[in-house]
Write a protein that binds this ligand. Structure first.
Ligand code: UT7
Length: 325
């Protein structure tokens, strides 16, 4: 049976120049390198320069993905941008990227699912391609998350960083089997009962301010391990595959202990997990494409590999995308 598959044909990413180490963090809040490393696995994060906007980070990542895919930029008919930190309340940051890329056709819009944003955006891209709405989609996860942080709150400010990642997704013909190249299955979830466990205490229609990130860390941690393991299991059930079939697990990078806990719960060998949280911190919607780009460019992810992307974030939101590379 011949079907349309969404194939990732290019990846790119960008980190702001400034690296903020744990050591430097100890001069900002009452913390230690030992505490941060032991509880999170984070050694450093990158911080956008003054005046450097989410769209600037996104454009760097987008141009790298376009070059990697080897396409003409005019082939892009859809831009889906996952971000929690838009340049402006409106218009969507995606339209700034569209204009800066010199595109005057197609559609560009933002998606808000916090740390799960890239997985949500990629799923929308897959659906658009399979429905015939789009042929070539630029999917971006980009954040200047440092601007949402309360730099006097040591329980949150040590965890996050800025960055961007992007992919080009294009339609191709597949046989309808697990051997096809492209996205094989996607699964998304939200549960708004937990919206006050990880949130920003400001907003346009509530306080009229931007606000700061607030989190019940332990509660988020507990839900993350369970929800991530569940969405991995549902992607395996949907495709009839087993955990041994997965070549690379590329999770949202919030905390090394969450990754270890998930791996243990589902029986995934630690050497199959791509871990970037140590140098990036939690970059929210940018973390999965940043990790994916690193693993593709250093040759770990190869053509034919089975790759499982996953994320969990505020809302709560969570989900997974299984891709044959
Ligand atoms: O991307 C969205 C998903 N986000 C996540 O998945 C984050 C999930 N949560 C976590 O990663 C962890 O819960 C944290 C890393 C946020 C916290 O780790 P924890 O092991 O759960 O620590 P805790 O919150 O229970 O705090 C333990 C202690 C507290 O002190 P007391 O009350 O025991 O005296 C905190 O005040 O550690 C203290 N503490 C710190 N100490 C030094 C909290 N932050 C810091 C810090 N430096 N930065």
């Amino acid at each position: 049976m011949s079907i349309i598959r969404s194939v990732i044909t290019g990846v790119g990413s960008y980190l702001p120049e400034r690296r903020l180490s744990n050591q430097e963090m100890t001069t900002i809040v009452d913390t230690t390198d030992e505490w941060i490393v032991e509880r999170t696995g984070i050694h450093a994060r990158h911080i956008a320069a003054d005046g450097e906007k989410t769209s600037d980070l996104a454009l760097h990542a987008a141009r790298a993905a376009i070059a990697h895919a080897g396409i003409d930029v005019q082939e892009i008919d859809t831009i889906i941008m996952a971000t929690t930190t838009p340049d402006n309340t409106f218009p969507a940051t995606a339209v700034t990227v569209q204009a800066e890329l010199g595109l005057h056709h197609g559609v560009a819009f933002d998606v808000q699912a916090v740390c799960s944003g890239f997985v949500f955006a990629l799923t929308i891209a897959d659906t658009f391609i399979r429905c015939g709405q789009s042929k070539t989609v630029l999917v971006i996860g980009a954040e200047t998350f440092s601007r949402l942080l309360d730099w006097t709150d040591r329980t949150t400010c040590v965890l996050f960083g800025d960055g961007a990642g992007a992919v080009i997704v294009q339609g191709a013909t597949g046989e309808g089997t697990n051997a096809d190249r492209g996205i094989l299955t996607t699964h998304l979830h939200s549960d708004g009962r937990h919206r006050d466990k990880l949130y920003v205490d400001g907003g346009v229609s509530s306080t009229g301010t931007i606000g700061h990130v607030r989190m019940e860390g332990r509660e988020v941690f507990r839900h993350a391990v369970v929800n991530i393991a569940d969405t991995i299991k549902e992607s395996l059930t949907a495709t009839g595959m087993t955990i041994d079939d997965i070549d690379w697990f590329i999770p949202h990078q919030a905390n090394k202990r969450i990754l270890d806990g998930t791996a243990k719960r589902i029986g995934l060998p630690p050497e199959k997990i791509v871990v970037t949280v140590g140098e990036h911190g939690n970059t929210s919607a940018a973390s999965v494409p940043l990790a994916l780009d690193g693993a593709v460019r250093d040759g770990r992810v190869k053509r034919g590999d089975l790759v499982l992307l996953e994320a969990m974030g505020g809302g709560f939101t969570w989900g997974s995308v299984m891709v044959r590379w």
